[in-house]
Design a protein around this ligand. Structure first.
Ligand code: PHE
Length: 442
């Protein structure tokens, strides 16, 4: 890897990581899984997972990346001295982003279509009865699905082609707009519906609603939302200059990501509760019921367009880190130029992504295989948690104390260092083991 590649400032680095972390997971997945799992108790477990496992593993990835200064695949073998066992982790840092980007780009494409149709007034005629069938017809239209998937992949590739500087430029545009849009929309929904019911739902702890499946989902989502367990923070950390603080960056990323997830609930739940609408298909609510309800707000058509633009921006800032992970590997491994490396990785992921694009009714074979659902399941429930588990073991037991304390900028007897080391060595892996085993037993 070109040693000169670095972020221009700590702020841009944090913005890029927040961009990676904040995505469809916050806007689409968190509200619906929190809803399905009954709110409060689930949210508490989720927050615990974020603090006890998420943040330490995020820091671990940044440490690994900055120490190795290479693509995620090589970083692990470099720091492990090439030991065979850790090849599994290297492999996951390639496999998981590949799989995730292939279907993430399809869903990101949906937001582009909804943005376009909202702004041109093509969604105004939708009602609660017709919005489901409209969405169904859209996702089963092969031409549209492949076209939008292609647009997202091309937009992402256009940025990644230019390397770290490209990501910085994109992030400088996407993130401020994202901030403005999410604040505007939160204020609009809050002033119409208030936040009372949402906060009650999110912070009323009724543990009878919590299942083991829910706990595993909370864990998987904590990793998914922070973009950990597949090396995204390793590769972004690899470009982070030595003089900046990893801890400060890690805390900002975690706090902002969590705030956005709550903002999403504040935007979406009042609409669900306030209108007493029935949530039949909570997974697709973002593109069905919500599109109708947003039209009922003042300036409806434009609010709706703004909302889907928000989703598109969030998704795009995440796809950047995924393609960067694969491209940096392909570039180094096959000694290709950045341009060729980007083209090759984009093409392969795009091609594989077609299976997901056609799996919602676009093609009988891929639909019967439920490609997109299966990939999401494998990723969120298995490959991310296993990746995160291995990263915590790797950082806890393989990296020397000297490396960790130097990278964190903390003395070994500093209480913060001791807490970090305890979490990453014992608490995180042990808790994950308990959750895995209880899942298998169940
Ligand atoms: N964190 C992103 C989200 O919440 C998903 C993602 C995971 C992006 C891993 C990059 C790497 O949507």
């Amino acid at each position: 890897m070109d040693q000169k590649k670095t972020w221009s400032s700590s702020l841009l680095f944090i913005m890029a990581c927040v961009g990676s972390a904040v995505g469809l997971g916050n806007l689409w997945k968190f509200p619906y899984i929190a809803y399905e799992n009954g709110g409060g108790a689930f949210v508490l477990v989720y927050l615990l997972c974020i603090v006890v496992m998420g943040l330490p593993i995020l820091l671990a990835e940044l440490i690994i990346g900055r120490e190795a200064r290479s693509n995620a695949f090589e970083a692990v073998s470099k720091l492990s001295g090439g030991k065979h066992f850790w090849k599994l982790l290297s492999f996951l840092c390639l496999f998981s982003p590949f799989i995730l980007l292939s279907f993430y780009s399809v869903i990101a494409g949906w937001s582009l279509d909804y943005f376009y149709n909202a702004i041109t007034g093509n969604l105004t005629h939708l009602t609660f009865e017709t919005t489901g069938p409209h969405f169904g017809a859209f996702v089963s239209n092969p031409t549209k699905q492949i076209s939008y998937h292609t647009i997202i992949m091309l937009l992402t590739a256009g940025v990644i082609m230019k390397g770290v500087k490209g990501i910085e430029k994109a992030i400088e545009v996407l993130m401020p707009f994202f901030g403005i849009i999410i604040l505007t929309l939160s204020v609009i929904t809050l002033s119409k519906y208030g936040a009372g019911k949402t906060l009650n739902f999110l912070f009323e702890f009724d543990f009878s609603k919590l299942t083991t499946k829910g706990i595993l989902e909370a864990l998987g989502h904590a990793f998914f939302t922070l973009s950990i367990g597949l090396g995204a923070m390793i590769i972004y950390g690899a470009y982070f200059p030595k003089e900046h603080s990893i801890i400060r960056a890690g805390i900002w990323i975690t706090v902002l990501d969590t705030l956005v997830a709550f903002c999403a609930c504040i935007m979406i739940y009042p609409i669900i509760f306030g209108t007493g609408m029935e949530v039949k298909e909570s997974a697709s609510i973002l593109f069905t019921t919500l599109s109708v309800e947003l039209h009922h707000l003042p300036g409806g058509q434009y609010v709706c367009a703004l909302f889907y633009l928000l989703v598109a921006f969030a998704a795009l800032s995440s796809t950047l880190s995924l393609l960067e992970l694969v491209t940096s590997y392909v570039e180094d491994r096959f000694k290709l130029s950045r341009l060729k490396g980007t083209m090759l990785s984009t093409f392969i992921i795009w091609l594989f992504g077609i299976c997901s694009a056609l799996s919602n009714g676009g093609n009988e074979f891929f639909t019967s295989l439920k490609v997109m659902d299966r990939l999401d399941y494998i990723l969120s429930n298995w490959s991310l948690p296993i990746g995160a588990f291995l990263i915590s073991l790797f950082c806890g037991w393989v990296l020397s104390e000297e490396i960790k304390s130097r990278e964190l900028g903390l003395k070994r007897d500093d209480p913060r260092y001791i807490i970090f080391n305890f979490l990453i060595r014992y608490a995180a892996p042990a808790l994950m083991m308990v959750i895995f085993v209880s899942q298998l037993v169940n």
